[in-house]
Write a protein that binds this ligand. Structure first.
Ligand code: ATP
Length: 202
């Protein structure tokens, strides 16, 4: 899947709608310290379904909303849209009907996050699965934070294995297995309850 545009509105320091066009080849973002380069990477992580405030360098999820400056009041919501060129139909099944995919995540104060894919409401899980099945996503090793390389070098083998599994595109399968196990547990509990009722009736 090819990312072609990132749009930020009220996200961290990007108070006005700002487009980052991602063209073929290498895209470099340069600027002075504190101008918002890392915020761009965080926006990408966030729209792909990141749920950990710490990964956004915040204390709570609403910390991504523009907090105000001396000349601008704080915003009530933050929105990030990611446009994907899907003309080669590389998106996972279920998302592969259109030439272009637009994933939008919006967080509103005291309301929480809402997601859309091509204007249709979807769940956070749907967006996370879309990217996990495409071997990318908020936890993808393709997104390298500051300090992450030294963390990797010092990581324990288990943590390294997770990175290899992510690259192999099987992390979505783990999530599905976990959900299947929960369903199985629920079904076993229901069966046990049925057995109790049958015993009482016998
Ligand atoms: P460096 O080169 O030092 O790593 P950078 O270009 O990566 O810097 P960022 O860390 O992305 O910069 O941006 C930091 C800026 O974003 C700071 O000025 C900070 O005040 C601003 N910022 C972060 N969160 C918010 C928010 N919720 N509202 C307004 N501004 C914010």
């Amino acid at each position: 899947m090819l990312f072609s545009k990132l749009r930020l509105t009220g996200f961290k320091s990007f108070v006005d709608p700002t487009d980052l066009l991602i063209k073929d080849g290498l895209t470099g973002v340069v600027g002075p310290n504190g101008c918002g380069k890392s915020n761009l990477l965080e926006a990408l992580r966030w729209v792909m379904g990141e749920t950990r405030p710490k990964a956004m360098r915040g204390g709570g999820m609403e910390d991504v909303i523009f907090a105000g400056a001396s000349s601008r009041p704080a915003r009530n919501y933050a929105e990030v849209s990611l446009v994907i060129d899907n003309s080669q139909r590389l998106a996972p099944a279920g998302f592969n009907d259109d030439d272009q995919l637009e994933i939008v995540r919006r967080i509103t104060r005291d309301v929480g996050s809402a997601y859309k894919v091509n204007t249709k409401d979807v769940r956070a899980r749907d967006v996370q699965m879309l990217f996990a099945d495409a071997s990318t996503g908020a936890h993808s090793p393709a997104l390298v934070r500051q300090g992450q390389i030294s963390e990797l070098i010092n990581a324990k083998p288990k943590a390294r294995r997770r990175i290899l599994e992510e690259a192999a595109g099987i992390s979505g399968l783990y999530q599905r297995r976990h959900e299947a196990e929960l369903k199985l547990k629920g079904a076993e509990q229901n069966l046990a309850r049925v057995d109790d009722v049958v015993d009482q009736l016998a």
